[in-house]
Design a protein around this ligand. Structure first.
Ligand code: NAD
Length: 279
């Protein structure tokens, strides 16, 4: 079985650098998809309250012959639950849906700077409670810009272990990645395949032909070479397996650079500075 490297987070916890994302995986498809992933060696699952499939993620892990401690599981706080009491309830509900007594990682899904009077600080302090109680082994954020992270740094005790942001060859996110590198915040790259958009890029295709890998494998390997954590999504067992086949080759520095130069600052998802979580 392919060895997936771990990344050590700033609090000393290890996270597998590669995992499985379940955004837009229908609840009725989730047990089969997660089971396929676990069977071929994935040990890291990324879900969220808003994906509506935490229950099925927990069920797939429970049905497998793995122990809870063998699988790293992340979930995220719903956008309508940022008030501290709502966040406490939402966290309990996520644990209950998954059937767990702890999460490996719990994230604020979006900063929502235009909502809740821009107060993601109180929300973060509530996540600090979950961390201190040991019910979240690590806590982090998602879609936070440097200005949001600076506020947490200035006003909170526990720094975020990760920032999960949209990254792909057309959106290389140099500014946020640079800030996070300086502050020991690991980057998780969401939609690492640009939801499929970057796979037909001629540069990606030509590198794939030369190295004898698929475009998806080349793009995923590019993320790994850059040190980011990735969890591509697929419900197709062949692709689930294909996406994991990225640890038996390396991309030379010039290929990593050539793919990075494809950047167009082009998002597929919302702008975190404007998104209010209601759309
Ligand atoms: P992705 O970049 O993983 O792309 C998924 C798409 O690519 C799917 O349509 C799939 O059919 C296709 N695909 C997958 N493997 C392929 C292959 N080998 N060849 C060709 N096509 C392939 O997109 P995603 O699901 O949006 O992102 C991955 C994960 O990131 C999500 O499941 C979720 O866990 C996380 N995410 C987080 C946020 C956030 O706000 N924090 C937002 C979006 C996604």
């Amino acid at each position: 079985m392919t060895a997936i490297p771990d990344i050590m987070l700033s609090n000393g916890q290890n996270i597998p650098q590669f995992g499985f994302g379940v955004f837009l995986v229908k609840p009725e498809e989730t047990v089969a998809a997660v089971s396929s992933a676990l069977q071929v060696g994935y040990r890291h699952i990324d879900t969220a309250e808003m994906y509506g499939n935490e229950n099925e993620v927990g069920e797939a892990i429970g049905r497998s012959d793995l122990d809870r401690g063998d699988v790293f599981v992340t979930s995220k706080l719903a956008n309508d639950a940022h008030e501290p009491d709502d966040a406490r309830r939402a966290f309990d509900e996520s644990l209950k849906a998954l059937g767990f007594d702890y999460l490996d990682l719990f994230l604020i899904h979006w900063p929502l700077p235009t909502r809740y009077d821009g107060d993601y600080v109180s929300t973060w302090k509530t996540l600090e409670e979950f961390y201190r109680e040991g019910r979240a082994r690590s806590i982090g954020v998602s879609n936070f810009q440097p200005r949001h992270l600076r506020r947490l740094h200035a006003e909170c005790d526990i720094p975020p272990a990760v920032n999960q942001i949209e990254v792909n060859p057309y959106l290389t996110q140099d500014e946020v990645r640079g800030f996070c590198a300086e502050h020991q915040i690991a980057i998780e790259a969401w939609s690492p395949l640009g939801r499929g958009n970057v796979l037909a890029d001629p540069m990606v295709e030509s590198i794939a032909r030369r190295v004898g890998k698929t475009p998806a494998q080349v793009v995923l390997r590019w993320h790994i070479e850059r040190g980011d954590i990735v969890f591509p999504k697929s419900v197709n067992p062949e692709r689930i397996k294909e996406n994991m086949g990225i640890f038996d080759f390396e991309l030379p520095g010039e290929d990593v650079e050539a793919i990075t130069l494809l950047n167009r600052d082009e998002r597929t998802g919302p702008d975190p500075d404007k998104f209010d979580g209601r759309r």
